[in-house]
Design a protein around this ligand. Structure first.
Ligand SMILES: Nc1nc2c(c(=O)[nH]1)N[C@H]1C(S)=C(S)[C@@H](COP(=O)(O)O)O[C@H]1N2
Ligand SMILES: [Mo]
Length: 198
């Protein structure tokens, strides 16, 4: 019986912690460069490329179906946080409101501040992906990507773009910021796709 209480969290949640990762209770902030401060009144979100160009305001986004999410979060620098609670808009619900050409095979995520990250259309359209504006019941803090970020739970968190403001749909893969600087083009944590060998 006692053994239960002395078990390391890694052992208890082992089947949810990818290889080479350790659990953290806090929620570290990982940002390259400065934190953009964007208010909801001026926030805009655009789609372009192989999508019919469209711009969403904050209220347009709030009028989309809203959902709650619980998701694990894995940073390539080896920390993982389990059961993060968010509220926002499912990617698959959002997609009902734009027109995308079937030739689109890749997406480049764009952000306030200039950060970009690439993802394949198959990884992007997964049921469990979402845009988040609320974290543990509070408005998403700026340092965690507020007013709005993307969350892609099944891929290392550098693809979970903070301060997201656009999606560019492409036929070909165009690398984002970290992917051009040595990170893996896909980044699947269970396969430890951390860095590129090119
Ligand atoms: N715009 C932008 N998005 C970003 C980053 C960034 O530097 N800029 N860092 C990425 C990385 S490496 C991680 S691990 C997560 C960290 O999210 P957090 O700061 O909320 O923990 O955001 C990702 N999204
Ligand atoms: Mo990260």
């Amino acid at each position: 019986m006692l053994g239960k209480f002395f078990r390391k969290p890694e052992a208890e949640y082992g089947d949810r912690v990818p290889p080479g990762q350790h659990l953290t209770n806090g929620f570290p902030v990982l940002t390259y460069g400065d934190t953009p401060h964007v208010d909801r009144a001026t926030w805009q979100f655009k789609v372009w490329g192989l999508a019919q160009e469209k711009t969403f305001s904050w209220s347009d986004f709030m009028n989309l179906p809203q959902s709650d999410f619980t998701a694990d979060f894995h940073c390539v620098t080896t920390w993982s946080k389990l059961d993060v609670q968010w509220t926002g808009v499912k990617v698959t619900d959002f997609m009902q409101h734009i027109e995308v050409d079937l030739a689109a095979k890749y997406v480049l995520e764009h952000c306030y501040g200039g950060y970009t990250t690439n993802i394949s259309i198959d990884d992007f359209l997964r049921e469990e992906n979402f845009f988040a504006h609320t974290l543990f019941g509070e408005p998403l803090p700026a340092e965690h990507g507020g007013p709005m970020r993307l969350v892609v739970p099944h891929i290392y968190a550098w693809k979970s773009a903070k301060w997201i403001n656009g999606l560019e749909f492409l036929t070909h893969e165009e690398l984002g910021f970290w992917e051009r600087n040595g990170y893996h083009r896909r980044g699947e944590p269970w396969a430890e796709e951390r860095y590129s060998d090119r």
